[in-house]
Design a protein around this ligand. Structure first.
Ligand code: HH2
Length: 283
């Protein structure tokens, strides 16, 4: 079952969790770089994720891993131009992971419904106006620093308060640019300028961000802090830890879960939601 984006964004946290499957059409993403550069392979992976229950497919053509180089808009468009229209034809909602207004413009023209901007509209402020004009949705994510240097000893006094203040400001900017508030999704940016303790604090306090009144997305999938906790060196061996992080965030009110391993995430969230829902039925 795939719900409409409007229903997902207005349903609130009591409705079933939403899984966003990750599709990186890049040569250098930290865990799946190079696997889906070929549009045929990318299409097969999108189909597999949708069959496993992903309601949103997030397609990215630029890695944001620590140390990554930026990819010019033309090259992002070249990597996306076959796969985005192909996934738009499926039942899934298409999101495009970019900080460039030129790339976002093309993606929305092809039929994408969400722009996932890890810079929260700071890299290319035109992206906010564009999203507003097209009536699209946008993910505004917190990041401290830039991908190239963001993991060089990030420091916070109160990470939750600082991320919340940042997101509140970015929401105001987006609304000032004309973005419909109900179409704004916020994300604490797990792993983006964060040490282990910061990631844990943010997952534990997702409900504080709930005070901003927006749908909350989290993206802990296969990230380094999971390796630090669970010991798995290879990102693809961090599935169990990813699920643990998703359930912790679900407990605190997250709605959308951006993951590489869709099937286990969908199953875990379904069981988790069923357990919670059963509490209101059993006397
Ligand atoms: N994480 C990554 C990329 N985009 N977008 C949002 N909203 N939230 C995230 O946590 C997030 C994101 C990094 O993961 P991945 O796409 O797997 O790797 P890479 O950036 O190397 O392509």
């Amino acid at each position: 079952m795939t719900r409409k984006l409007h229903d997902i964004l207005t349903a609130g946290v009591r409705n079933p969790a939403v899984v966003m499957g990750i599709l990186n059409v890049t040569p250098d993403s930290f865990s799946d770089g190079g696997k889906y550069l070929d549009p045929q392979a990318a299409g097969r992976q999108a189909r597999r994720m949708i069959d496993c229950g992903a309601e949103i497919i997030d397609i990215g053509a630029e890695s944001t891993r620590p140390g990554a180089d930026t990819v010019p808009p033309d090259e992002q468009i070249r990597r996306l131009e076959e796969i985005v229209p192909a996934v738009v034809k499926t039942s899934a909602i298409v999101s495009v992971d970019t900080t460039s207004a030129a790339v976002a413009d093309r993606a929305l023209t092809w039929g994408a419904k969400i722009i996932n901007d890890v810079s929260a509209g700071r890299d290319d402020p035109q992206i906010l106006t564009l999203v507003a004009q097209r009536g699209a949705a946008i993910v505004l994510m917190h990041m401290l620093g830039r991908p190239r240097t963001m993991q060089d000893n990030p420091q916070y006094t109160d990470v939750t308060a600082e991320v919340k203040a940042f997101l509140a400001k970015r929401i105001s900017e987006a609304v000032a640019a004309g973005v419909d508030e109900s179409r704004i999704i916020i994300d604490p940016g797990i792993g983006f300028g964060k040490k282990l303790e910061h990631n844990l604090a943010l997952l534990r306090t997702v409900d504080d961000l709930g005070g901003l009144g927006r749908t909350i997305l989290v993206g802990p999938s296969r990230k380094r802090f999971i390796g630090e906790l669970g010991g798995a060196e290879l990102p693809e061996n961090r599935v169990g830890g990813t699920i643990g992080a998703c359930l912790a965030a679900r407990r605190r009110g997250a709605t959308i879960f951006r993951v590489h391993d869709v099937a286990p995430a969908v199953e875990a969230l379904k069981v988790y939601d069923a357990v919670i829902a059963s509490g209101s039925e059993v006397s």
